[in-house]
Design a protein around this ligand. Structure first.
Ligand SMILES: *[C@@H]1O[C@H](CO)[C@@H](O)[C@H](O)[C@H]1NC(C)=O
Ligand SMILES: *[C@@H]1O[C@H](CO)[C@@H](O)[C@H](O)[C@H]1NC(C)=O
Ligand SMILES: *[C@@H]1O[C@H](CO)[C@@H](O)[C@H](O)[C@H]1NC(C)=O
Ligand SMILES: *[C@@H]1O[C@H](CO)[C@@H](O)[C@H](O)[C@H]1NC(C)=O
Ligand SMILES: *[C@@H]1O[C@H](CO)[C@@H](O)[C@H](O)[C@H]1NC(C)=O
Ligand SMILES: *[C@@H]1O[C@H](CO)[C@@H](O)[C@H](O)[C@H]1NC(C)=O
Ligand SMILES: *[C@@H]1O[C@H](CO)[C@@H](O)[C@H](O)[C@H]1NC(C)=O
Length: 360
């Protein structure tokens, strides 16, 4: 090859390499072009709480499945790892709440494959998964799951106490899946990997709020963690508390109040109010705002405000054609320990509630 050809081919090679990166200047990252050059933790994202729990069910937290949520702009997923009931298997991860007997959102691999498909079609989007590792799976089980779902190669590892890259830098690296777990089972083969202990990076504001006006900006998980040096997940979803009985209160997600709860007006109880308050309290915007029923209210207007980008109104993705199996359930919180268990909403529960309401 002569010198001229060599220069030419080097240039085309460089152009090829740079093409996807320069193209992004006109591209959008996590919902807006301005976010491409912001650091991962400086971007405000909307997350869904119990992302897999959708459908026409008094206990559902969401209206649509993870694929539709991604299309609608959701970039954080709060999901729970359980052993499936059928067939029982210690290494397979199922998305359920408290028990798969109560509420089963399908296999983790099916749900995660939806994320892979979305990422393939949207090369500048970064998605974060927050695992509640309820059944204490070993990191190797998550590794197997991510391999199977095609997310392992896309998964990013951030050394603790270091500066996060920008969304565009993550896209250029091809590492666009960030995974945190609240319950790390120690396995020396998986330290300093993409399977990251949540509380080395993140703190959360209180969850299981039942008073519409009581969304606060305090460090709740882990208790006592200093706010400085971490980014935060702001929990903003409302449950109703039915009469307490022997330290057990029964919680039901409040879709009927979601228009107010997810509102942008500066009123005690709205998403806009809490986000502004937390920004003042912690000196930075929430990296994640976890909500239920995000289609109601003005969630993405608050998102735009927090990111200081213009808001463009959205058309929501449709309802999924296949609905998850969902047995109605309600959540029971032991108010003395804060632990919660859910019970099947069967006829006797309705009867019990009816009697309680009648007596109250
Ligand atoms: C992940 O990357 C490895 C090596 O780069 C490759 O062999 C494997 O096929 C990739 N897996 C997927 C699911 O893309
Ligand atoms: C990160 O910083 C915190 C607070 O300064 C410290 O407690 C922790 O040990 C550090 N972690 C690492 C891995 O250096
Ligand atoms: C770590 O990996 C080695 C080599 O693959 C394996 O023999 C060992 O059992 C693993 N340890 C654990 C705790 O999984
Ligand atoms: C919001 O309402 C709650 C409950 O009524 C109250 O305790 C709290 O002080 C109010 N917050 C502000 C900032 O007014
Ligand atoms: C809440 O959102 C759902 C799903 O888009 C919609 O069907 C319902 O009408 C909305 N409710 C209100 C009060 O806006
Ligand atoms: C967040 O607070 C900072 C000051 O700490 C302020 O400059 C910024 O405008 C606030 N952002 C929003 C969206 O309220
Ligand atoms: C309820 O919780 C309180 C502590 O908050 C405890 O003292 C009390 O014994 C509990 N009552 C029952 C019936 O478990």
């Amino acid at each position: 090859m002569n010198a001229q050809m060599s220069v030419h081919s080097t240039l085309s090679f460089a152009t090829l390499l740079l093409a996807p990166i320069t193209a992004t200047l006109a591209q959008s990252c996590n919902g807006h072009p301005d976010l491409c050059n912001r650091k991962y933790d400086a971007v405000c994202n909307v997350a869904t709480h119990n992302s897999y729990a959708f459908g026409k069910n008094i206990a559902a937290n969401q209206y649509t499945d993870i694929a539709s949520q991604l299309q609608d702009g959701i970039r954080g997923f709060l999901i729970d790892a359980h052993h499936p009931l059928n067939p029982p298997d210690k290494h397979t991860i199922e998305l359920c709440h408290t028990s798969c007997f109560i509420q089963d959102g399908g296999t983790a691999v099916d749900n995660l494959k939806k994320i892979r498909t979305f990422l393939d079609n949207n090369p500048y989007e970064v998605v974060t998964i927050f695992w509640e590792n309820f059944d204490a799976f070993d990191p190797s089980d998550f590794e197997a799951l991510y391999q199977q779902a095609g997310l392992a190669n896309l998964s990013y590892y951030q050394p603790p106490n270091t500066t996060w890259p920008t969304l565009l830098q993550m896209a250029a690296m091809g590492k666009r899946v960030v995974t945190f777990t609240d319950n790390v089972v120690i396995n020396g083969n998986y330290t300093n990997t993409w399977y990251m202990p949540e509380f080395s990076y993140v703190f959360e504001t209180p969850f299981d709020t039942t008073n519409a006006n009581a969304f606060t900006c305090t460090v709740d998980r882990p208790k006592g963690k200093a706010a400085a040096g971490s980014f935060y997940l702001m929990n903003h979803f409302l449950s109703s508390a039915l009469p307490s009985l022997s330290n057990k209160s029964i919680d039901i997600p409040q879709s009927g109040k979601a228009t107010f709860t997810n509102g942008k007006d500066q009123q005690n109880g709205t998403l806009g109010y809490q986000a502004t308050l937390c920004n003042h309290t912690f000196g930075r915007v929430p990296t994640f705002m976890a909500v239920d029923f995000y289609q109601n209210g003005s969630v993405f207007e608050v998102w735009a405000q927090m990111n200081e980008v213009p808001y463009t109104s959205k058309t929501w993705a449709g309802m999924p054609t296949v609905t998850a199996s969902s047995t109605p359930w309600v959540r029971v919180i032991d108010t003395s320990t804060g632990h919660h268990v859910e019970i099947r909403l069967v006829a006797w529960t309705l009867l019990f509630l009816g009697v309680m309401v009648f007596l109250a």
